[in-house]
Ligand binder design. Structure first.
Ligand code: TXA
Ligand code: MG
Length: 318
Protein backbone atom coordinates (compact mmCIF):
# COMPACT_ATOMS: atom_id res chain seq x y z
CA UNK A 1 0.00 0.00 0.00
CA UNK A 2 1.44 3.38 -0.85
CA UNK A 3 1.40 5.72 2.13
CA UNK A 4 -0.32 9.10 2.46
CA UNK A 5 2.06 11.53 4.17
CA UNK A 6 1.12 14.60 6.17
CA UNK A 7 2.71 17.88 5.18
CA UNK A 8 5.09 17.99 8.16
CA UNK A 9 8.86 18.53 7.87
CA UNK A 10 9.89 14.89 8.60
CA UNK A 11 7.24 13.45 6.30
CA UNK A 12 8.23 15.79 3.46
CA UNK A 13 11.84 14.76 4.00
CA UNK A 14 10.79 11.12 3.71
CA UNK A 15 9.14 11.96 0.38
CA UNK A 16 12.26 13.79 -0.86
CA UNK A 17 14.41 10.75 -0.06
CA UNK A 18 11.95 8.47 -1.88
CA UNK A 19 12.17 10.72 -4.95
CA UNK A 20 15.95 10.65 -4.82
CA UNK A 21 15.78 6.86 -4.63
CA UNK A 22 13.72 6.70 -7.83
CA UNK A 23 10.17 6.44 -6.47
CA UNK A 24 7.15 8.58 -7.29
CA UNK A 25 5.61 11.20 -5.01
CA UNK A 26 2.30 12.93 -5.67
CA UNK A 27 2.34 16.37 -4.04
CA UNK A 28 0.19 19.50 -3.77
CA UNK A 29 0.92 22.68 -5.69
CA UNK A 30 -1.06 25.92 -5.63
CA UNK A 31 -2.62 24.96 -8.99
CA UNK A 32 -3.31 21.17 -8.92
CA UNK A 33 -1.62 18.07 -7.49
CA UNK A 34 1.44 16.88 -9.40
CA UNK A 35 2.84 13.37 -9.82
CA UNK A 36 6.57 13.80 -9.24
CA UNK A 37 9.72 11.89 -10.16
CA UNK A 38 13.42 12.77 -10.18
CA UNK A 39 13.66 14.47 -13.58
CA UNK A 40 17.20 13.14 -14.14
CA UNK A 41 16.10 9.53 -13.53
CA UNK A 42 14.84 7.96 -16.76
CA UNK A 43 13.35 4.91 -15.08
CA UNK A 44 11.40 7.02 -12.60
CA UNK A 45 10.15 9.50 -15.22
CA UNK A 46 9.11 6.64 -17.46
CA UNK A 47 6.92 5.38 -14.64
CA UNK A 48 5.06 8.72 -14.62
CA UNK A 49 3.87 7.96 -18.16
CA UNK A 50 2.83 4.45 -17.18
CA UNK A 51 0.92 5.55 -14.08
CA UNK A 52 -0.85 8.28 -16.03
CA UNK A 53 -1.43 6.21 -19.17
CA UNK A 54 0.05 9.14 -21.04
CA UNK A 55 1.77 9.01 -24.46
CA UNK A 56 5.53 9.73 -24.47
CA UNK A 57 4.99 12.57 -26.93
CA UNK A 58 3.54 14.71 -24.11
CA UNK A 59 6.38 16.58 -22.39
CA UNK A 60 6.67 17.01 -18.61
CA UNK A 61 7.21 20.21 -16.62
CA UNK A 62 10.36 20.25 -14.46
CA UNK A 63 9.90 21.91 -11.06
CA UNK A 64 12.67 23.32 -8.85
CA UNK A 65 12.89 25.80 -5.97
CA UNK A 66 16.05 27.62 -6.95
CA UNK A 67 16.00 29.88 -10.04
CA UNK A 68 19.64 29.02 -10.71
CA UNK A 69 18.55 25.50 -11.65
CA UNK A 70 16.90 26.93 -14.75
CA UNK A 71 20.31 27.19 -16.43
CA UNK A 72 20.90 23.45 -16.06
CA UNK A 73 17.62 22.61 -17.78
CA UNK A 74 17.49 25.34 -20.45
CA UNK A 75 19.84 27.33 -22.69
CA UNK A 76 19.74 30.66 -24.54
CA UNK A 77 17.20 31.94 -22.01
CA UNK A 78 15.92 35.31 -23.26
CA UNK A 79 15.87 38.33 -20.95
CA UNK A 80 12.08 38.44 -21.00
CA UNK A 81 11.95 34.90 -19.59
CA UNK A 82 14.22 35.93 -16.71
CA UNK A 83 11.93 38.93 -16.12
CA UNK A 84 8.84 36.69 -16.02
CA UNK A 85 10.59 34.26 -13.68
CA UNK A 86 11.57 37.14 -11.47
CA UNK A 87 8.08 38.64 -11.37
CA UNK A 88 5.96 35.47 -11.11
CA UNK A 89 8.06 32.76 -9.43
CA UNK A 90 7.43 31.10 -7.12
CA UNK A 91 3.99 30.90 -8.73
CA UNK A 92 1.54 29.43 -11.24
CA UNK A 93 3.58 30.12 -14.38
CA UNK A 94 5.40 27.59 -16.58
CA UNK A 95 8.04 28.83 -19.00
CA UNK A 96 8.85 26.91 -22.19
CA UNK A 97 12.53 27.37 -23.01
CA UNK A 98 15.14 25.83 -25.33
CA UNK A 99 16.27 22.58 -23.78
CA UNK A 100 19.55 22.50 -21.87
CA UNK A 101 22.13 19.94 -20.83
CA UNK A 102 20.02 18.03 -18.29
CA UNK A 103 16.90 17.75 -20.44
CA UNK A 104 16.17 14.25 -21.73
CA UNK A 105 13.83 13.19 -24.55
CA UNK A 106 11.54 11.67 -21.92
CA UNK A 107 11.07 15.08 -20.31
CA UNK A 108 10.81 17.11 -23.51
CA UNK A 109 8.66 14.67 -25.49
CA UNK A 110 11.63 14.57 -27.93
CA UNK A 111 11.07 18.24 -28.78
CA UNK A 112 13.74 20.96 -28.64
CA UNK A 113 12.10 22.64 -25.67
CA UNK A 114 11.59 22.21 -21.95
CA UNK A 115 8.91 23.45 -19.55
CA UNK A 116 10.04 24.72 -16.12
CA UNK A 117 8.25 26.10 -13.07
CA UNK A 118 8.92 27.15 -9.47
CA UNK A 119 5.65 26.47 -7.63
CA UNK A 120 4.50 28.65 -4.73
CA UNK A 121 2.78 26.05 -2.54
CA UNK A 122 4.77 25.80 0.73
CA UNK A 123 4.68 21.97 0.69
CA UNK A 124 5.88 21.82 -2.92
CA UNK A 125 8.64 24.34 -2.21
CA UNK A 126 9.70 22.48 0.93
CA UNK A 127 9.77 19.17 -0.96
CA UNK A 128 11.85 20.72 -3.74
CA UNK A 129 14.29 22.29 -1.27
CA UNK A 130 14.77 19.01 0.59
CA UNK A 131 15.19 17.20 -2.73
CA UNK A 132 17.78 19.74 -3.88
CA UNK A 133 19.65 19.42 -0.57
CA UNK A 134 20.01 15.72 -1.39
CA UNK A 135 21.58 16.69 -4.71
CA UNK A 136 18.38 16.70 -6.79
CA UNK A 137 18.20 18.94 -9.88
CA UNK A 138 14.46 19.03 -10.47
CA UNK A 139 11.19 17.14 -10.10
CA UNK A 140 9.27 16.27 -13.27
CA UNK A 141 5.57 16.50 -12.50
CA UNK A 142 2.48 16.44 -14.65
CA UNK A 143 -0.94 16.70 -13.02
CA UNK A 144 -1.56 13.56 -10.95
CA UNK A 145 -4.52 12.25 -12.93
CA UNK A 146 -4.96 9.65 -15.67
CA UNK A 147 -4.32 11.03 -19.16
CA UNK A 148 -7.10 13.22 -20.56
CA UNK A 149 -9.09 13.35 -17.32
CA UNK A 150 -9.69 16.11 -14.81
CA UNK A 151 -6.69 17.30 -12.75
CA UNK A 152 -6.80 16.46 -9.01
CA UNK A 153 -7.20 19.29 -6.52
CA UNK A 154 -7.23 17.21 -3.31
CA UNK A 155 -5.48 14.13 -1.98
CA UNK A 156 -8.70 12.12 -2.30
CA UNK A 157 -8.80 12.95 -6.01
CA UNK A 158 -5.22 11.72 -6.40
CA UNK A 159 -6.02 8.43 -4.68
CA UNK A 160 -9.22 8.00 -6.73
CA UNK A 161 -7.32 8.56 -9.99
CA UNK A 162 -3.94 6.89 -9.65
CA UNK A 163 -3.90 5.24 -6.20
CA UNK A 164 -4.16 1.78 -7.75
CA UNK A 165 -1.28 2.47 -10.13
CA UNK A 166 1.21 3.55 -7.45
CA UNK A 167 3.57 1.06 -5.78
CA UNK A 168 4.32 0.38 -2.14
CA UNK A 169 7.37 2.67 -2.08
CA UNK A 170 5.64 5.63 -3.71
CA UNK A 171 4.07 8.39 -1.61
CA UNK A 172 1.21 10.85 -1.76
CA UNK A 173 1.51 14.05 0.32
CA UNK A 174 -1.71 15.55 1.68
CA UNK A 175 -1.64 19.32 1.35
CA UNK A 176 -5.39 20.00 1.47
CA UNK A 177 -7.41 21.61 -1.31
CA UNK A 178 -5.49 23.46 -4.06
CA UNK A 179 -6.01 27.20 -3.89
CA UNK A 180 -6.17 27.98 -7.63
CA UNK A 181 -7.73 24.73 -8.86
CA UNK A 182 -6.65 24.87 -12.51
CA UNK A 183 -3.21 24.35 -14.04
CA UNK A 184 -0.46 26.97 -14.45
CA UNK A 185 -0.27 29.48 -17.29
CA UNK A 186 2.19 28.23 -19.92
CA UNK A 187 4.25 30.83 -21.80
CA UNK A 188 6.39 29.88 -24.78
CA UNK A 189 9.67 31.80 -24.50
CA UNK A 190 11.47 30.11 -27.41
CA UNK A 191 10.76 32.84 -29.99
CA UNK A 192 11.41 36.56 -30.15
CA UNK A 193 8.18 37.33 -28.31
CA UNK A 194 6.39 35.43 -25.52
CA UNK A 195 3.17 33.61 -26.36
CA UNK A 196 0.62 32.03 -24.04
CA UNK A 197 0.10 28.32 -24.80
CA UNK A 198 -2.22 27.58 -21.88
CA UNK A 199 -4.21 30.25 -20.09
CA UNK A 200 -4.15 30.46 -16.30
CA UNK A 201 -4.27 32.76 -13.34
CA UNK A 202 -1.16 34.62 -14.53
CA UNK A 203 -2.95 36.55 -17.25
CA UNK A 204 -1.98 38.27 -20.49
CA UNK A 205 -2.42 41.67 -18.81
CA UNK A 206 -0.07 40.67 -15.98
CA UNK A 207 2.52 39.40 -18.46
CA UNK A 208 2.24 42.53 -20.63
CA UNK A 209 2.62 44.75 -17.56
CA UNK A 210 5.70 42.83 -16.50
CA UNK A 211 7.32 43.08 -19.94
CA UNK A 212 6.05 46.49 -21.00
CA UNK A 213 4.23 45.09 -24.00
CA UNK A 214 0.81 46.03 -25.39
CA UNK A 215 -0.41 42.58 -26.45
CA UNK A 216 0.82 39.01 -26.91
CA UNK A 217 0.25 36.73 -29.87
CA UNK A 218 -1.44 33.89 -28.02
CA UNK A 219 -2.95 30.75 -29.41
CA UNK A 220 -6.62 31.22 -30.17
CA UNK A 221 -9.15 29.38 -28.09
CA UNK A 222 -10.54 27.58 -31.13
CA UNK A 223 -7.15 26.20 -32.27
CA UNK A 224 -5.21 23.79 -30.12
CA UNK A 225 -1.76 23.25 -31.50
CA UNK A 226 0.73 22.94 -28.64
CA UNK A 227 1.77 19.54 -27.30
CA UNK A 228 -0.73 18.33 -24.76
CA UNK A 229 -3.38 20.41 -26.41
CA UNK A 230 -5.17 17.34 -27.74
CA UNK A 231 -8.87 17.93 -27.99
CA UNK A 232 -9.90 15.47 -25.31
CA UNK A 233 -8.75 16.97 -22.03
CA UNK A 234 -10.05 17.94 -18.61
CA UNK A 235 -12.98 15.58 -19.16
CA UNK A 236 -15.23 14.04 -16.51
CA UNK A 237 -17.26 10.92 -17.36
CA UNK A 238 -20.39 13.03 -17.66
CA UNK A 239 -20.93 14.84 -20.96
CA UNK A 240 -20.13 18.54 -20.62
CA UNK A 241 -22.32 20.90 -22.64
CA UNK A 242 -21.92 24.66 -22.69
CA UNK A 243 -24.40 27.53 -22.56
CA UNK A 244 -27.58 25.57 -22.98
CA UNK A 245 -30.74 25.25 -20.86
CA UNK A 246 -30.35 22.42 -18.33
CA UNK A 247 -32.96 19.64 -18.35
CA UNK A 248 -34.25 17.50 -15.49
CA UNK A 249 -31.44 15.23 -14.25
CA UNK A 250 -28.64 17.49 -15.49
CA UNK A 251 -25.98 19.04 -13.29
CA UNK A 252 -25.42 22.79 -13.51
CA UNK A 253 -22.29 24.91 -13.07
CA UNK A 254 -22.83 28.65 -13.34
CA UNK A 255 -22.13 31.93 -11.55
CA UNK A 256 -24.27 32.44 -8.47
CA UNK A 257 -26.64 34.94 -10.08
CA UNK A 258 -27.99 32.22 -12.43
CA UNK A 259 -30.92 30.21 -11.08
CA UNK A 260 -31.20 26.43 -10.86
CA UNK A 261 -34.32 25.06 -12.61
CA UNK A 262 -36.38 22.37 -10.81
CA UNK A 263 -34.95 18.86 -11.14
CA UNK A 264 -31.43 20.10 -11.87
CA UNK A 265 -28.50 19.48 -9.46
CA UNK A 266 -26.52 22.62 -8.77
CA UNK A 267 -22.84 21.63 -8.69
CA UNK A 268 -21.22 25.04 -8.32
CA UNK A 269 -22.44 28.61 -7.87
CA UNK A 270 -19.33 30.76 -7.46
CA UNK A 271 -19.45 34.48 -6.75
CA UNK A 272 -16.34 35.22 -8.79
CA UNK A 273 -13.92 33.68 -11.31
CA UNK A 274 -11.47 32.55 -8.67
CA UNK A 275 -14.12 30.49 -6.92
CA UNK A 276 -15.23 29.22 -10.33
CA UNK A 277 -11.73 27.92 -11.12
CA UNK A 278 -11.16 26.55 -7.63
CA UNK A 279 -14.38 24.52 -7.64
CA UNK A 280 -14.58 23.54 -11.32
CA UNK A 281 -12.77 20.17 -11.30
CA UNK A 282 -14.18 19.29 -7.90
CA UNK A 283 -17.71 19.78 -9.23
CA UNK A 284 -16.94 17.70 -12.35
CA UNK A 285 -15.85 14.90 -10.01
CA UNK A 286 -18.90 15.34 -7.80
CA UNK A 287 -21.16 14.97 -10.84
CA UNK A 288 -19.48 11.66 -11.69
CA UNK A 289 -19.88 10.45 -8.11
CA UNK A 290 -23.57 11.36 -8.19
CA UNK A 291 -23.98 9.45 -11.47
CA UNK A 292 -25.04 12.59 -13.37
CA UNK A 293 -24.82 12.02 -17.14
CA UNK A 294 -24.77 15.58 -18.37
CA UNK A 295 -23.28 18.75 -16.93
CA UNK A 296 -24.44 22.08 -18.29
CA UNK A 297 -21.94 24.89 -17.79
CA UNK A 298 -22.80 28.53 -18.33
CA UNK A 299 -19.40 29.84 -19.41
CA UNK A 300 -18.22 33.01 -17.65
CA UNK A 301 -17.53 35.80 -20.12
CA UNK A 302 -14.50 38.04 -20.29
CA UNK A 303 -10.79 38.09 -21.07
CA UNK A 304 -7.73 37.40 -18.97
CA UNK A 305 -8.53 34.94 -16.17
CA UNK A 306 -11.92 34.11 -17.74
CA UNK A 307 -9.98 32.78 -20.76
CA UNK A 308 -8.36 30.15 -18.52
CA UNK A 309 -11.76 28.84 -17.47
CA UNK A 310 -13.09 29.07 -21.04
CA UNK A 311 -10.14 27.01 -22.33
CA UNK A 312 -10.78 24.18 -19.84
CA UNK A 313 -14.51 24.20 -20.55
CA UNK A 314 -14.05 24.16 -24.30
CA UNK A 315 -11.77 21.11 -24.12
CA UNK A 316 -13.96 19.40 -21.51
CA UNK A 317 -16.93 19.73 -23.85
CA UNK A 318 -15.24 18.35 -27.00
O1 TXA B 1 -0.03 23.70 -12.82
C1 TXA B 1 0.65 22.91 -13.48
O2 TXA B 1 1.30 23.24 -14.47
C2 TXA B 1 0.69 21.46 -12.99
C3 TXA B 1 1.45 21.39 -11.67
C4 TXA B 1 1.62 20.00 -11.16
O3 TXA B 1 2.68 22.04 -11.82
N1 TXA B 1 1.28 20.62 -13.97
C5 TXA B 1 0.66 20.32 -15.14
O4 TXA B 1 1.37 19.38 -15.91
O5 TXA B 1 -0.42 20.77 -15.45
P1 TXA B 1 0.68 18.62 -17.13
O6 TXA B 1 1.75 17.72 -17.66
O7 TXA B 1 -0.56 18.00 -16.70
O8 TXA B 1 0.43 19.74 -18.18
C6 TXA B 1 1.56 20.41 -18.73
C7 TXA B 1 1.32 20.83 -20.13
C8 TXA B 1 1.11 19.65 -21.06
O9 TXA B 1 0.05 19.98 -21.93
C9 TXA B 1 2.42 19.57 -21.79
O10 TXA B 1 2.25 19.07 -23.08
C10 TXA B 1 2.88 21.02 -21.79
O11 TXA B 1 2.49 21.50 -20.55
N2 TXA B 1 4.34 21.06 -21.87
C11 TXA B 1 5.23 20.58 -20.99
N3 TXA B 1 6.47 20.70 -21.46
C12 TXA B 1 6.36 21.27 -22.68
C13 TXA B 1 7.29 21.62 -23.69
N4 TXA B 1 8.58 21.38 -23.57
N5 TXA B 1 6.82 22.20 -24.83
C14 TXA B 1 5.50 22.42 -24.97
N6 TXA B 1 4.56 22.10 -24.05
C15 TXA B 1 4.98 21.53 -22.93
MG1 MG C 1 -2.45 17.44 -16.94
Amino acid sequence: MREILKSTEPEIKKAAIALKNGFLVAFPTETVYGLGADATDNIATKRIYEVKGRPFSQPLIVHFSNFEKMKNWAREIPDFAFKLANDFWPGPLTLILKRGSLATDLITGSTNNIGVRVPAHPVALNLLKQFEMLGGEGIAAPSANRFGAVSPTSVDDVIDDIGNFLGGDDFVIDGGQCEIGIESTIVDCTSKFPRILRFGVVTETMICNSLNLNRLHNFKLTHFTHPGSSKKHYQPKAKVVLNTKPKTGDGLIAMENINTPDGVTRLLSPSDLHFFARGLYRSFRQADKLGINRIVVIVPEGDDFALAIQERLLKASM
